[in-house]
Design a binder for this molecule. Structure first.
Ligand code: AMP
Ligand code: ZN
Length: 114
């Protein structure tokens, strides 16, 4: 999608610190980290929010969770634990309208979130 910041990251038009990439998924460091480890995992396909996912996307969403598991291992947060968050819409705090999973770790995370 033309004006989407994460589509631009996928295309390499905006730089990112890549953590993982395959043909369907990209993961990179969050520019404004909320924890010692804070990365984003996104489908390369532009999907605006969780509200827009369809049956066709089931495979990629499942694949993203497997990728998260591998990333947790790679970044050494698997044992200590981590949190995966997806914000959806205005009240959910979604700022970038391209679906993304936040992966947070490296410190004790409080619950519930604010
Ligand atoms: P959300 O509020 O769930 O939409 O989260 C958007 C996230 O994207 C925030 O944590 C931002 O810090 C992060 N972000 C925005 N622009 C960039 C960028 N160019 N590179 C990396 N992370 C970004
Ligand atoms: Zn996009």
């Amino acid at each position: 999608m033309e004006d989407c910041i994460f589509c631009k990251i996928v295309k390499g038009e905006i730089p990112s610190k890549k953590v993982y990439e395959d043909d369907k998924v990209l993961s990179f460091e969050d520019i404004n980290p909320a924890a010692p480890t804070h990365i984003l995992v996104i489908p390369k396909k532009h999907i605006e929010s969780l509200n827009e996912i369809t049956d066709e996307d089931s495979e990629i969403i499942a694949h993203i969770f497997k990728v998260c598991k591998e990333i947790a291992k790679k970044l050494n947060i698997q044992e200590g634990g981590y949190r995966i968050v997806m914000n959806c819409g205005k009240d959910g705090g979604q700022e970038v309208p391209h679906i993304h999973f936040h992966m947070l770790g490296g410190r004790n995370l409080t619950w519930p979130p604010g």
